[in-house]
Design a protein around this ligand. Structure first.
Ligand code: SAM
Length: 176
């Protein structure tokens, strides 16, 4: 059953892992897809001139808007008509039969939602710009990497972090 959108994803181990990887990034424009509480977008706001945060969960966006200026409720980057130097996304990667919780459920092999998001993101990353996303050993991340390459990116796994029951996987993609 679809949960009511009355909750948002609170910053967790995965959020902090991705946050570490963007500490040294800077530039003109950045986008945080699936911003949740706005934690990552807030970090980007100190390093980029113009930052946009999107989420499909309106209640999450209301929370994010307490700390981030430009919040848009939409699927991934679908409503955006501009290019970004950096796009980040802490993906909802858990394999699931349905989307009961948008924060974590990723459909079959954890690929359904993530492929949709990365496809959308690929249209707004500028040439030589970067997409950084976080996935997990619980998902078919090798297939996700392959699909990302097919969308015109050069892809590298830049870090892994072992947790009790999974390995977090940080992926950096440069638009060719
Ligand atoms: C794992 S949470 C990450 C939240 C936050 N970025 C963080 O790192 O703490 C994933 C977020 O993606 C959002 N999301 C899921 N599917 C989405 C979609 N198709 N478009 C935009 N946001 C989506 C969820 O509502 C949720 O806020």
């Amino acid at each position: 059953m679809q949960k009511k959108y009355d909750e948002y994803y609170k910053p967790a181990e995965d959020t902090l892992f991705l946050a570490d990887s963007i500490q040294n990034e800077k530039g003109s424009t950045a986008l945080d897809i699936g911003t949740g509480s706005g934690f990552l977008a807030r970090i980007l706001s100190g390093k980029f001139e113009f930052v946009v945060a999107t989420d499909i969960n309106f209640r999450a966006l209301k929370k994010a808007h307490e700390i981030v200026e430009n919040c848009i409720c939409c699927n991934a980057a679908d409503t955006l008509n501009c290019n970004f130097d950096l796009v980040v996304c802490n993906l909802p990667y858990l394999p699931s039969k349905e989307i009961a919780d948008t924060a974590v459920d990723g459909l079959t092999d954890g690929l359904g939602v993530t492929t949709n998001i990365i496809k959308s993101a690929s249209k707004v990353v500028r040439r030589n710009g970067k997409l950084v996303y976080l996935t997990s050993s619980l998902a078919n991340y090798q297939e996700l990497v392959r699909r990302t390459e097919n969308l015109g990116f050069s892809v590298k796994i830049i870090a892994k972090k072992s947790l009790f029951f999974e390995e977090l996987i940080l992926v950096e993609c440069v638009k060719l």
